[in-house]
Design a binder for this molecule. Structure first.
Ligand code: SF4
Length: 296
């Protein structure tokens, strides 16, 4: 039996489901029961009736799954797979900010650690951030941790958005100059970028979309060529699902080293030994779960 067959066998025996983020390695994407962006994965985690959720992504995503399905065993195959952006804000940072703006509501991107979510009013993902900001009652919003997503939302609302100064190091590497060059090289291609990109890159895009948004957009589009401004893992999925269409990285390929940590071996051992289980204090599950449910 090869490793994929072993994983499939263990999955059946243990009544497990494998949730995979769009930025994972191709061979991990290929074993997914559900492949998607943060929002899709959160929804899937909330509704599954499997006993075990194996989460191939980064830690905050597995924590999100645990908050939405606290009775289930949620495991992350690599315990060192964190998100540097999520680590850019602590609860102490957020409490200080709340003191400075006592009338503000707190919208936290799902890319935050559980304790920061617990201090927030509502969560958002890149797919629904504008909608969530609009839905919040109040004219002032503290937005954590991504300054670029905050600036993007600000374009669509008159509310005052106070951003935290965090960013995704992968999307920050996408530079305006390389988008211009890519545009010259492929003049007939559409440029799709993620809202975690900086504002100058967003200004050059044809569409600004979450990874789930890009997948839906490409499927419906009559265009044949696309320049993709996000982590390169998405290009594998886009190419696989859209034969006849061409996808290129907008500039050099950008790789999230944290997303790429998980290997088939890790998934196999995580299922076999049911490791590494996500454990969260009950209080955090309750309050952070509330902010997530407010979003869903
Ligand atoms: S791509 Fe960016 S936001 Fe996503 S896990 Fe990597 S560092 Fe975090």
């Amino acid at each position: 039996m090869n490793i994929v067959e072993e994983i499939t066998k263990l999955k059946k025996e243990k009544n497990a489901i494998i949730l995979v983020h769009n930025y994972q390695r191709p061979e991990i994407q290929d074993i997914a029961d559900f492949l998607g962006d943060s929002l899709g994965l959160a929804r899937e985690a909330a509704k599954t009736d499997a006993r075990i959720i194996v989460f191939c992504g980064v830690r905050f995503m597995a924590e999100t799954a645990k908050m939405l399905s606290p009775k289930k065993t949620v495991i992350i195959p690599r315990k060192d797979a964190g998100c540097p952006m999520a680590d850019m804000i602590t609860t102490e940072d957020l409490r200080r900010l709340k003191k400075n703006y006592p009338d503000a509501k707190v919208v936290s991107y799902v890319n935050t650690n559980a304790d920061v979510k617990a201090e927030s009013d509502i969560c958002c993902t890149s797919a629904n951030a504008i909608e969530v900001v609009r839905s919040v009652k109040g004219e002032r919003i503290i937005f954590t941790p991504d300054k670029n997503l905050a600036a993007y939302c600000q374009r669509f609302t008159d509310k005052e958005i106070i951003p935290w100064n965090g960013y995704c190091y992968v999307h920050e590497k996408i530079r305006e100059e390389e988008i211009r060059l890519a545009k010259k090289k492929f003049p007939d291609a559409l440029i799709l970028v993620h809202p975690e990109c900086n504002p100058a890159v967003i200004d050059l895009a044809d569409e600004v979309l979450s990874t789930g948004g890009m997948i839906n957009f490409v499927k419906k589009s009559n265009k044949k060529k696309f320049l993709i401004g996000t982590e390169e893992g998405l290009i594998y999925r886009l190419t696989k699902e859209n034969p006849g269409k061409e996808f290129y990285a907008a500039g050099t390929a950008k790789i999230c080293r944290n997303m790429k940590l998980t290997t088939l071996n890790d998934v196999y051992f995580s299922l076999k030994e049911e490791r590494y289980a996500i454990e969260l204090p009950e209080g955090i599950i309750k309050s952070a779960g509330k902010t997530l449910k407010a979003m869903l």
